[in-house]
Write a protein that binds this ligand. Sequence first.
Ligand SMILES: [Fe+2]
Ligand SMILES: [Fe+2]
Length: 270
Amino acid sequence: MTVKNMKPQLCIEKRFDAIPTLDSARMRLFEILQNEDAGIEKVEGIISTDPAMAAKVIRLANSPFYRHAQRHLGMHESLLTIGLDMVKCIVLSMAVIDSLRCETKYARDLWSHSYAVALIAVSFGRNKAEKDRLFTGALLHDLGRMVFLFIAPEVYTALIDSEGFRPGEDLEQETFSITHTEMGEMVARKWNFPDEIAEIIRYHHRPVSRDSALVYLINQVASGHEMGIPEVDPASLDVVQPFVEYSYKDLVNTVADRYKTNTVIIESLF
Ligand SMILES: [Fe+2]
Ligand SMILES: [Fe+2]
């Protein structure tokens, strides 16, 4: 299918109703992981009851990036090795992946982008509440794109192919009469994520707060690296600066450094 053949403005509303709820067992685990007192034993006990998740955790911990010893790491050592932030990435993304059944290469590419943005975003949180918000908002910032891949897979993959990268909001608006930021916000609300998370998703291309500005900039830097153009557009400075306390140059450099480290880890997972 080419973009020209596509019927514009698909009946998105009807398909929106078909979006399933999030897996409640995994969301419960995600809540436990966000709880400060979640001990490693408790997390281990719950993850061990979910074979798909346990397999992912162990596979990542035993991947070349982490593995220093010759012997195979079991669950307990795997959790200690990859750390709770990475476990949270796995748990929340698997809950969404199960609901949206998105396992194509396009979806995998989106998840590895989203993991990178989330792992960097969390490092800018100044307290526990901020870290939690930045983490979840960043991991789900492109939720709308995943929803497009679920409700209109042929059309959205044709858009990605024709653009050679993730499509911009104008093209989405023209095609679906809704952008991925609006769609992501709607689904986040349908799934009962808090307002602050829905707001990061909605405004990650037009920041209105420190949270959305950080996710905006991290997304810009990550996308630039993925496209092979690591220089960030200087226009981003005006967009971000009113909301962040760092100098813009420092911020871009920090994000770029963290991006490089994290992508090595993430590549082991996908
Ligand atoms: Fe986006
Ligand atoms: Fe993004």
